[in-house]
Design a protein around this ligand. Structure first.
Ligand SMILES: [Ca+2]
Length: 423
């Protein structure tokens, strides 16, 4: 055999070996629905049962100070586009008086992944046109029952992939979202007596608080077990190799606080956890980041070139600890709106520099508006506010925002950022 022939044989053998052993990339996006950021037993409630979420937190890097939008439809559109609701247009959940106009999702990251040859599965929550037109090749049969009634379709799809395929999964069950109706086995995992009761809960409400919180935590335990099952299939199919995962909540919900739909931390705070080859085990970063950063981060994790301008930034450079922002801004809107212009509808805006937080109410907030505002206030009073009211909190000392401060200089300093946002 000539030298050239030997070299050719070796090169062919090497090429075959690399083709045969190449494991495609896997990208998993876990979006939980209406979850309390304290509902994990690693950093939050000791009454929670979350071994799988704890494992994600332990393996990944978590941005603990991330803000999301305070309700579902705006958050998911932002996750898809990397644009804020004021730009993509879906700042409300439902349109008063008819169907919501289509959101411009043409820059969504699943379309870019599809164009780059990736194969995608959309499971669970979704508010827009057919996911099969937006970069996914398969989807769950029902957006509300995905995982609650099983995830066999997803597992069959994962098993059907060739190992060399690059694949992404949108894993967004309507959990732990209401109805809080966990199976008995998960209810039994939560010790009702060990559930702490915030001191401001009225004496007469305390038993019901524990009962409701037990059901909520059992929903989280159910979610956690379902995530464990997903992890098992990923391992069995070899997809846990060369895999990245991003985990966040679409918005907050919490017992004993003003939460979903509001600008308070229990409405807008979520961890954003990234698990990849480059994340540090269990690192917590206080950087000021936002749900708007998820889309560019996913494209960066997939190494897919992003041709579009985004309002968010990839969080991967921040894994090294270099924060990109000195403050973040968030806004609250009604759940049900006439879908005109966000400027006419904005309910409240808020900004933090990391320590101090300013909330400015832009509209009057009254209990008779409950149907359109849908601000969750389990076991606490409805937040009656007047347009122009401002509240300052020290998040380092008062994360639950119970004690507003009289700090005019902070109102002035942070208020100018809100002025710019509202222009
Ligand atoms: Ca939600």
């Amino acid at each position: 055999m000539s030298l050239n022939a030997i070299l050719s044989t070796i090169l062919v053998a090497l090429a075959l070996a690399s083709t045969g052993s190449a494991q495609g990339k896997t990208l998993i996006l876990v979006i939980t629905d209406d979850m309390d950021y304290e509902h994990n037993s690693r950093y939050g409630s000791s009454a929670a049962h979350t071994p799988t979420i704890n494992k994600i937190l332990r393996k990944g890097t978590t941005f603990t100070r991330a803000w999301v939008h305070p309700r579902c439809a705006p958050s998911l559109a932002t996750i898809l586009t990397g644009l804020r609701p004021e730009t993509h247009g879906r700042y409300y959940n439902a349109k008063i008086g008819g169907n919501a106009p289509p959101v411009n999702l043409s820059q969504s990251w699943p379309l870019l992944l599809e164009q780059a040859g990736w194969r995608g599965y959309q499971g669970g929550k979704w508010w827009y046109e057919d996911p099969l037109l937006l970069g996914f090749e398969a989807k769950s049969a029902d957006r509300d029952t995905f995982v609650r009634e099983g995830q066999d379709d997803l597992f069959a799809w994962l098993e059907s992939l060739d190992s060399a395929d690059d694949a992404f999964v949108w894993w967004a069950p309507r959990m732990p979202h209401r109805p809080h109706n966990p199976p008995a086995e998960h209810l039994a995992r939560i010790d009702r007596d060990s559930i702490p009761i915030p001191p401001w809960i009225k004496i007469g409400d305390r038993l019901r608080f524990k009962q409701d919180e037990q059901k909520f935590l059992a929903m989280v335990a159910w979610l956690d077990t379902s995530l464990r099952d997903l992890g098992r299939i990923l391992k069995e199919t070899g997809r846990n190799q060369n895999m990245s995962l991003v985990y966040l909540h679409d918005n907050g919900l919490a017992m004993g606080h003003i939460s979903k739909g509001s600008p308070y931390e229990k409405g807008i705070r979520s961890p954003i956890t990234i698990v990849s080859d480059s994340t540090q085990n269990g690192t917590l970063l206080p950087n000021l980041v936002s749900i708007v950063d998820v889309a560019p981060t996913l494209l960066d994790l997939a190494s897919v070139v992003d041709p579009y301008p985004r309002e968010g930034v990839s969080l991967l450079p921040e894994l090294e600890g270099a924060p990109s922002r000195s403050h973040i801004v968030e806004a609250a809107y009604p759940s049900h709106a006439p879908a005109l212009d966000w400027r006419n509808e904005v309910l409240a805006v808020t900004v933090t520099d990391g320590r101090y937080k300013l909330i400015r109410w832009v509209k009057d907030v009254r209990p008779q508006d409950t149907d359109t505002l849908r601000i969750a206030h389990d076991f606490v009073d409805f937040p009656i506010r007047n347009a122009g009211d401002q509240e300052v909190y020290d998040l380092r000392m008062d994360l639950h925002e119970r004690s507003p401060l009289n700090r005019p200089e902070i109102e002035s300093q942070l208020g100018s950022i809100l002025d710019t946002f509202l222009e």
